[in-house]
Ligand binder design. Structure first.
Ligand code: PGA
Ligand code: ZN
Length: 447
């Protein structure tokens, strides 16, 4: 008698849950014929890019319009039945069916939040049925795993200070982060950035007389006199923590410039009462790179200013990672365009910008093939789920960004990576400075 397959999808249920901002989000559970279960709760951004897959919201008065009952109904009535009977371990097939059922390129009809919930829950159920953690199921189906079998833990990029849409506009730029490039292990990396966060909080109190507020991603926030002051503050935080800026810990900045800039090149720094054109803004950033130990700059310009991005690549230091978030929106066509135009040297990968795990995975492959770095990223509205950590390891992304070292939706991901470090034991390698994007090859002396 033929063995009964155990990986066929038999049941898909969904419900409305809450994200870390207290807004509704889609939760989904997928069950397989052999009894394995996968469950996922999808994240949601605040500084959402114009080119992302479209999140479906109910509108109306309930939860100020943020409800997702229609997206949940789409899972129950359309997406779930459509994937019923499919083999959950065949992620590409499941995701292709989900895309077909939706029928729109940006998944707006059923909702990218509905589609991603099923995509993730099915992938988790498939891995469970095979008795593998998700990272391993992903690595097994990626050709590169065969040639580099040692698992690679990602270099974390950790939020220390927030402004913009993550902190009620305290300053214009969105996030100043710490990258512990001198860390010896993943656990050591977290220890270093926790020291920087604590020192920066003390500095804020002493210098600016304010006990810092906790922003959406667990970073500190306070109204500072200028945007540059936030970069200076975190740099000083590294020093006060007894660490060497640029050696033990470097700085990364997510400008999120689409939030205060235009495609025509007008950058309105409200907190400083200054408006700069594109050239003056890039010159400002170039000066920051001279003054501070900046290893990575994200979304330096508006998401539709392709020419500006090409110019930025030429103007900003070749050793600096130039990272596209809203620019690429985890879309492989936009990443392809960026590669052609030499518009950036690294890609932020947010699964909910893509809408399915398969789409996000393709973006990672396209980027790596072209020599671009990748940073797997959470959203400012996130959940207690930990799958993002597994994606970073399974795809050998090299870098991960999930917010600060506090708030449980953030620590859930760090704690999963600590668990993996424990499980890998002596095999665990932490990605080093070489995983960061560079525009041109840099001589060792310039690094
Ligand atoms: P978001 O922020 O989730 O609010 O978009 C994260 C980021 O910009 O990187
Ligand atoms: Zn960003």
């Amino acid at each position: 008698m033929r063995e009964r397959p155990t990986t066929a999808i038999t049941n898909v249920v969904a419900w409305e849950a809450l994200d870390s901002r207290g807004r509704p989000t889609v939760a989904c559970r997928v069950q397989l014929s052999g009894g394995a279960v996968g469950r996922a709760v999808v994240p949601s951004g605040a500084s959402t890019g114009a080119h992302e897959a479209v999140e479906r919201r109910d509108g109306g008065a309930r939860y100020d319009g943020w409800g997702v009952r229609d997206a949940v109904a789409a899972v129950v009535n359309e997406l779930g039945p459509a994937v019923s009977g499919l083999d959950a371990t065949n992620r590409a097939r499941v995701d292709a069916r989900l895309e077909d059922v939706d029928g729109t390129p940006d998944l707006a009809r059923t909702g990218a939040n509905a589609v991603l919930a099923v995509s993730l829950a099915a992938a988790l159920a498939g891995a469970e049925a095979l008795g593998r953690p998700l990272w391993q199921a992903l690595a097994d189906s990626d050709g590169s795993a065969a040639t580099s079998p040692t698992p690679l833990l990602p270099m974390p990029m950790v939020n220390i200070f927030s402004g913009g849409a993550h902190a009620a506009g305290a300053i214009d730029i969105q996030d100043v982060l710490a990258v512990p490039l001198g860390a010896r292990s993943f656990a050591h990396a977290l220890e270093l950035v926790a020291r920087v966060r604590a020192a920066t909080a003390r500095l804020l109190e002493q210098r600016h007389g304010c006990s810092a507020l906790v922003a959406d991603e667990g970073g500190l926030s306070a109204p500072l006199p200028s945007n540059e002051a936030a970069v200076a503050l975190v740099t000083e935080g590294i020093e006060v923590a007894g660490l060497r800026p640029g050696v033990d810990v470097s700085v990364a900045v997510d400008l999120a410039a689409s939030q205060f800039g235009t495609a025509e090149g007008r950058y309105d720094l409200r907190s400083e009462d200054r408006v700069l054109d594109r050239d003056a803004w890039l010159e400002e950033l170039r000066r920051w790179c001279e003054r501070y130990p900046i290893a990575s700059l994200e979304d330096v310009l508006h998401e539709d200013d392709w020419d500006g991005w090409t110019a930025a690549s030429a103007i900003l230091p070749a050793a600096c990672q130039l990272l596209g978030d809203d620019l690429f929106a985890t879309d492989r066509h936009r990443v392809g365009e960026g590669i052609q135009r030499r518009a950036a040297n690294a890609v932020l990968v947010k699964p909910n910008q893509a809408g399915t795990l398969t789409r996000a995975e393709r973006v990672v492959r396209v980027a790596h093939r072209a020599g671009l770095a990748t940073v797997v990223s959470a959203r400012s509205g996130d959940t207690e789920d930990t799958w993002l950590a597994d994606l970073a390891v399974g795809w050998r992304a090299g870098q991960i960004k999930v917010g600060s070292t506090m708030r449980s939706e953030r620590t859930a991901k760090w704690n999963r990576l600590l668990e993996l470090q424990h499980d890998f034991g002596a095999q665990a390698a932490l990605a080093g400075p070489e995983v960061l994007g560079r525009t041109r090859p840099v001589r060792a002396s310039q690094r």
